[in-house]
Design a protein around this ligand. Structure first.
Ligand SMILES: C[S@@+](CC[C@H](N)C(=O)[O-])C[C@H]1O[C@@H](n2cnc3c(N)ncnc32)[C@H](O)[C@@H]1O
Length: 281
């Protein structure tokens, strides 16, 4: 049986021609070897390799630029391991920042200890709802998605972490309106990519189109701005992840549909405009 370091070094060499990252190889080895963390691949370099055929199957997929998260059916979001497969977007670091921005800004608008009614529109893996629930135990969170397949994945993750998040299938605010819900907060990371040419192979070929591309004729942002009056009783805070190139488009949409609102575009850690907070009195 080969040692871990032999398999790792050979894969790094072979992966050079296929855009393979060494960190992704460590993720695969940790999965196959049953290590808790990818870094354990390096600490346990002299271990015997247990299941080379399984590693080889995974590695062939990695060489075809399949995201490592889909290969091992696992992604990490704010320290929490979530089940993912090709029915959902792989949670991103920017979305972790959206959650941080919400936690930092929330006291400006509400007492977060209250039982606030929250909608997570386009929940995908359920990552945002789960993170918000862990910070704000009293919030009544409903997660929705237009894709029933995606919602199945979210439900699985909600169950793993103790339930307590309601789910609804449907487009934008429609299921909330149908259920006559009054919302205090809407959170959404909807599809927002305008330029398909900027998208890497690992995203374009593997992640669901319905999670990626903004179709201005079917825009979640527009749906929400147009219909938010129907779910608003008191004040309403809307928190969005946005594409860096959407400032003008979103400013025009807000002016078209909203009254008595304040808003703030917020930068991510790379200094790009990636979040929008809108508050309606
Ligand atoms: C960019 S992904 C975000 C997934 C997850 N919230 C996250 O942050 O990783 C967008 C999600 O919105 C869903 N979606 C697309 N159009 C929608 C619509 N009109 N109404 C509700 N969900 C929608 C997609 O199915 C997808 O799961």
């Amino acid at each position: 049986m080969p040692k871990v370091w032999e398999v790792y070094s050979k894969a790094i060499e072979e992966g050079k021609n296929h855009n393979v990252l060494s960190q992704d190889i460590r993720v695969l080895i940790a999965k196959v070897q049953g290590y808790a963390e990818p870094i354990d691949t390096l600490y346990n370099r002299d271990d015997e390799f247990r299941n080379l055929p399984l590693f080889q199957t995974y590695f062939e997929r990695l060489k075809k630029e399949e995201p490592v998260e889909y290969i091992i059916n696992e992604a990490t979001f704010l320290e929490r391991k979530l089940f993912v497969d090709r029915r959902v977007l792989i949670p991103r670091f920017e979305t972790e920042q959206l959650v941080s921005q919400i936690t930092e800004r929330i006291t400006k608008y509400y007492d977060p200890r209250n039982y606030l009614v929250v909608a997570d529109i386009g929940t995908g893996s359920g990552c945002i709802s789960l993170a918000l629930r862990s910070f704000f135990r009293n919030w009544l969170i409903t997660a929705s998605d237009v894709s029933e397949d995606a919602l199945e994945v979210a439900k699985q993750n909600f169950q793993t972490y103790g339930g307590g998040i309601r789910t609804l299938v449907g487009r934008s605010l429609e299921p909330y309106i149908a259920n006559k819900m009054n919302l205090d907060i809407i959170v959404s990371n909807p599809p927002y990519i305008l330029n398909k040419d900027e998208v890497q192979v690992s995203v374009k070929d593997y992640e669901p189109d319905t999670a990626l591309y903004l179709d201005k004729a079917n825009s979640v942002y527009e749906d929400i701005f147009r219909d938010c009056k129907k779910v608003k009783k008191g004040s309403l805070l809307m928190c969005f992840e946005i594409g860096y190139d959407l400032k003008e488009y979103l400013t025009e949409l807000m002016a078209k549909y909203l009254e008595n609102y304040e808003y703030e575009f917020v930068e991510d850690l790379d200094g790009r405009l990636r979040f929008l907070f809108v508050y309606l009195q």
